[in-house]
Write a new protein. Structure first.
Ligand code: HEC
Length: 110
């Protein structure tokens, strides 16, 4: 019984994680000139490994600053810095994993 509950709980969490990325990240980014995909490849080119990309993204979402942004200063000046994430660490981690999963497969380096 306990095992079953745990299974359902884990399943619910993973479903939640997917919708978190879709509903939280994608919904706000929808319609922005620079797509999430472009951001992703900029991060990939700069940080290379999954661990480093995740670390850099996590840090930026928590505490976005012009100095640590991947964007050029003139662009940041135009768009403005985003607000720190409202997700907790676990949620952010899950959303970023999903972000990685969705782009590593389909994307092509340009
Ligand atoms: C409320 C709106 C909003 C939400 C929610 C949001 N973003 Fe953003 N995001 C922005 C804006 C605006 C920018 C451009 C300004 C900037 O880079 O700080 C941005 C920039 C970024 C960048 C580029 C960062 C950089 O170095 O400048 C990445 C990557 C990104 N978002 C990923 C995500 C992910 C992943 C999530 C979900 C965990 C997310 N965003 C949630 C609005 C949002």
């Amino acid at each position: 019984m306990v095992k079953k509950c745990f299974l359902i709980f884990t399943l619910a969490l993973s479903l939640e994680a997917k919708s978190l990325y879709e509903h939280h990240c994608v919904s706000c980014h929808d319609g922005m000139t620079i797509t999430l995909e472009k951001f992703f490849f900029r991060y990939l080119l700069k940080y290379s490994s999954e661990a480093e990309v995740q670390k850099a993204l996590f840090a930026y979402m928590k505490n976005p600053k012009a100095e640590t942004s991947i964007l050029e200063p003139w662009l940041i000046n135009r768009i403005g810095i985003k607000k720190p994430t409202t997700l907790n660490d676990k949620e952010l981690d899950a959303a970023l994993k999903d972000y990685w999963e969705q782009h590593k497969v389909f994307g092509k380096l340009k």
